[in-house]
Design a protein around this ligand. Structure first.
Ligand SMILES: [Fe+2]
Length: 380
């Protein structure tokens, strides 16, 4: 594939504005952007959008390919490549694959399987097989006896650039209301009420014993290894104060408006799920992403469990006044997540940044990705 040089006749979306114009890239970087006619003939976008390649910080989608059915483990490398194909097809040129560590007392250990997947990501990347650039996001469940032990083997993986600190204990955060935990977990496990009550008691005892010490140790290890940290499911001002104290960068999925407002005001990037925008609300009954966008406190969208939702969610929010038009909506899925994770070389159509570009058209008002380039090379 020839390297991208000039894009002409495009609706260019920069971090600040959108206009009809052209873009010039060289050596994988953007060198010039302009309105109107290009200086010479190039790749004709036919009026389609030229957007920065999307940046995804939290996708659970890799696990779906690795474990396509309960107890079925697919070979790791093909699983990574199948995931990569869907990711790039959704316009995502930089992706943080979320892997979970920390086991419930009633589950088999996940860590070794997750490491196998992390190794496959590294191998695919090394061999130049992936079309998006992949990094790892390690999701650490702190109210588990083994979370620190399971986290340690990942700390030397150079792809690990983000860690989130989670606590899904019934009675905490996402599950402040214990009945919500019962509905969620009971539905997943088909368990009786008595079994669920016994589980709640056990999990709360584990939380008492390990919750605080594990949180502190996970945070310490991230700081020591210079890894960005995300707080998860903050519900109260107290949770936000803890996140600020622990020098976290991102507030993932705050469950209340007040926690989101406090996080945003404190300089944390508030991340919400794009499926929440597409579906019109949270699947677990918490605050909606659109409501936070209307309040002007939404910074980042994440595709969570449906890669395609990232671009759909951004376009769906472009009419929310506080978002700042299409440029502001696209920032939620490009510049903001890139910079929140410390990647300042990409995420915007701007001279000097990487030529990670996607061509997007609207069909029935839904965005469709027609092509993608990473560092100037066509990848989809
Ligand atoms: Fe959660």
């Amino acid at each position: 594939m020839p390297e991208l040089h000039i894009i002409e006749n495009a609706r260019i979306v920069t971090a600040e504005a959108d206009f009809n114009g052209y873009l010039v890239s060289e050596g994988g970087r953007i060198i010039e952007i302009g309105e109107g006619k290009a200086p010479e003939r190039g790749h004709d976008f036919g009026g389609d959008y030229a957007l920065p390649g999307l940046v995804e910080l939290h996708t659970d989608h890799l696990e779906v390919h690795f474990m396509p059915r309960p107890k079925v483990e697919w070979p790791a490398l093909p699983a990574v490549l199948a995931h990569d194909a869907q990711v790039i097809g959704s316009g995502i040129t930089t992706v943080f694959d979320a892997l979970r560590v920390g086991n419930d007392f009633d589950e088999e250990k996940f860590g070794a399987r997750m490491k196998k997947l992390a190794n496959a990501v590294a191998e695919a990347k090394q061999a130049g097989l992936t079309r998006a650039e992949h990094f790892l996001h390690l999701r650490c469940e702190i109210a588990c006896a083994d979370v620190v032990e399971e986290m340690e083997p990942f700390l030397t993986d150079e792809n690990l650039k983000l860690v989130s600190v989670m606590d899904h204990t019934p009675g905490q955060r996402q599950f402040t209301d214990v009945s919500k935990w019962k509905t969620y977990y009971g539905g997943k496990k088909h368990a009786s009420d008595a079994v669920l009550d016994a589980t709640i008691e056990k999990r709360q005892a584990v939380w008492e014993k390990y919750g605080t010490v594990n949180r502190l140790e996970v945070v310490r290890l991230c700081q020591q290894h210079d890894i960005a940290i995300a707080s998860h499911d903050d519900a109260t001002i107290g949770h936000v104060e803890e996140a600020v104290r622990d020098k976290m960068h991102i507030a993932e999925f705050p469950t209340t408006v007040e926690a989101a407002q406090a996080s945003h005001a404190a300089g944390l990037k508030v991340l919400m799920g794009a499926p929440n925008v597409v579906r019109g609300g949270s699947h677990s009954g918490n605050v909606s992403a659109r409501a936070l966008a209307e309040e002007g406190v939404l910074d980042v969208l994440s595709s969570d469990y449906v890669p395609q939702s990232l671009l759909m969610g951004a376009f769906a929010l472009r009419d929310v006044p506080a978002v700042g038009g299409l440029a502001g909506a696209i920032r939620l899925v490009s510049k903001n997540p890139a910079e929140a994770a410390g990647l300042t070389d990409r995420g915007a159509i701007e001279a000097g940044r990487r030529a990670d570009i996607i061509r997007v058209t609207l069909v029935d008002d839904q965005p469709v990705v027609r092509a993608a380039w990473r560092e100037g090379k066509r990848v989809a």
